[in-house]
Design a protein around this ligand. Structure first.
Ligand code: FA5
Length: 362
C-alpha cells in the first residue's frame, strides 16, 4: 500500500501512541517516567514534532487533525499520570512491608584511645607538675634565631650541623624585609630561649613537643618528640639537676633505678652531659644484667643535659652573675617504647590499628 511508504498524519500519530503504550509498562521509577515524558512530549518529543504536520494538510482537514493530536496527547498524559500513581503505590507497599526489628540493639560506638606517645607525654607532664614545673609549648616552624643563635650556636659554626635540620627555603624575592629564617625545630631547646626572653628568671618549666630532623633509620625518625626541662634561679647547681632527674626516673620508670651522667658537648650548656638510667627491662631490683633494649649495656640513654651556658643566659636577658640554671632534652618516643614495651620506633607513627588498639587509655 502507498500508505506504508508515506504514512498519513493520523497514521503517524497512531504509531507514536503505540510506541508510548509499549514503553510505558517498562518504566519502573519516577526518573524513567520523566525520561519517557520528554521522549514523547518534550520540546523535541515524538508527538510534539508531529504538530508541524498541521501546516501540511489541507485547511479542511486541520480541525480533525488537531483533535486527533489532542486525543493522543491526552492519552499520553493520562498514561503518565496513571503510571506515576502506580509507582507511588508500589513504593508505599514496599515501605509498609519493610521488616523493622524494633528489638535490635546496635553495638555501642567504640571510643578511640590516646596514642601511646600522647599518654607518655601526659604522664611526663604529670610527674614534672608534681615536682613544681610549669608546662609550656613553642612553635614547630621556628626561627633560626631561637633554634641556634640564642642558644650559643653561631651562624656558620659546625655545631649547627649537630642535628640534620630541615631548613625552610625563603622565596628568592621575599618581599618581607628582614623576615626571619625558618626551620622545622630540630629540638625543643628553642623554647628555653623563648621562655627566658619572655619571663626572665626564676624559671621552672618543661616543654614537651614534636621535633623534626633529616634522620631516617630503625632508631631515628624524621618526626619525633622531645621534652625540654629548664630550671633557672639563684644558686642552682648540677646537684639539683641530678636530684630532679633521679626523682623523675623513680616516679616514671620505678624506684631504685640508678642514673648517671656521661660528659658530652652541647653548645648551650657547660658542663654538658648525656643522661642515662639503669635499664628497667632487665633490672632485678639491684642490677640490670643487659637485654636487647639496652643493647646488653644495662643502661638506657635518655638525652642531653647540663648547666645553661652563661652566654645563653646573657643572650636571653638573664644576668649570669646572679642566676644559674640547668636544662635537659630527652626523647619522648624512646621513653614511650620503654614504658609500653614497644619494640620498634616506627610502630609509633604508622597508624596501624593492630598496634594502637593495644594501648587503652588510662
Ligand atoms: C638535643 O636535641 C639537645 N637539644 C638536648 C639538650 C637539651 C641538651 C638541653 C642539653 C640541654 P640530642 O640531639 O642528643 O640533643 O637529642 C636528644 C634526644 O632526642 C636523643 O637522646 C634521642 O632520644 C632523641 N632523638 C634525637 N633524634 C631523634 C630521632 N631522629 N628520632 C627519635 N628520637 C630522636
Amino acid at each position: 500500500m502507498a500508505a506504508d511508504a508515506n504514512p498519513t498524519p493520523q497514521e503517524q500519530l497512531d504509531a507514536a501512541l503505540l510506541g508510548f503504550e509499549s514503553a510505558l509498562p517498562q518504566v519502573s521509577s519516577e526518573a524513567e517516567l520523566y525520561e519517557l515524558q520528554v521522549r514523547f512530549l518534550g520540546k523535541n518529543g515524538a508527538v510534539t514534532k508531529l504538530r508541524s504536520l498541521m501546516g501540511k494538510v489541507p485547511p479542511a482537514q486541520r480541525k480533525e487533525l488537531g483533535q486527533a493530536f489532542n486525543r493522543v496527547k491526552q492519552a499520553i498524559d493520562d498514561g503518565l499520570a496513571g503510571r506515576k500513581l502506580a509507582l507511588a503505590e508500589a513504593a508505599r507497599e514496599r515501605n509498609l512491608s519493610r521488616h523493622v526489628d524494633l528489638t535490635f540493639v546496635p553495638d555501642p560506638p567504640r571510643p578511640g584511645t590516646l596514642h601511646p606517645i600522647t599518654q607518655t607525654r601526659r604522664e611526663l607532664e604529670h610527674v614534672f607538675r608534681r615536682l613544681g614545673f610549669d608546662v609550656v609549648d613553642g612553635p614547630h616552624v621556628e626561627a633560626e634565631l631561637y633554634s641556634f643563635d640564642k642558644l650559643n650556636i653561631q651562624p656558620d659554626h659546625p655545631a649547627r650541623d649537630m642535628q640534620d635540620t630541615f631548613f625552610i627555603a625563603r622565596p628568592e624575592h621575599d618581599p618581607r624585609e628582614g623576615a626571619p629564617s625558618l626551620v622545622l625545630r630540630p629540638h625543643t631547646s628553642p623554647v628555653q630561649a623563648r621562655t627566658m626572653l619572655r619571663h626572665g628568671a626564676p624559671i621552672r618549666i618543661i616543654a614537651p613537643g614534636t621535633t623534626f630532623r633529616r634522620d631516617d633509620d630503625p632508631t631515628h625518625s624524621p618526626m619525633f618528640h622531645q621534652i625540654e626541662g629548664l630550671y633557672v634561679d639563684r644558686n642552682v647547681t648540677m646537684a639539683d639537676l641530678k636530684a630532679t632527674l633521679y626523682r623523675f626516673v623513680g616516679a616514671f620508670f620505678g624506684e631504685g633505678l640508678a642514673v648517671r651522667f656521661r660528659p658530652s658537648y652541647f653548645p648551650f650548656v657547660e658542663p654538658g652531659a648525656e643522661f642515662d638510667m639503669q635499664c628497667a627491662f632487665c633490672f632485678d631490683g639491684q642490677l640490670s644484667h643487659g637485654c636487647g633494649l639496652c643493647k646488653q649495656s644495662g643502661w638506657i640513654e635518655l638525652g642531653g643535659s647540663g648547666m645553661v651556658h652563661p652566654a645563653v643566659l646573657e643572650q636571653c636577658g638573664i644576668d649570669p652573675s646572679v642566676y644559674t640554671g640547668w636544662a635537659f632534652g630527652f626523647g619522648i618516643d624512646r621513653m614511650a617504647m620503654l614504658r609500653h614495651g614497644i619494640s620498634h620506633l616506627r610502630h609509633n607513627f604508622e597508624g596501624d590499628l593492630r598496634v594502637l588498639e593495644q594501648f587503652t587509655s588510662p
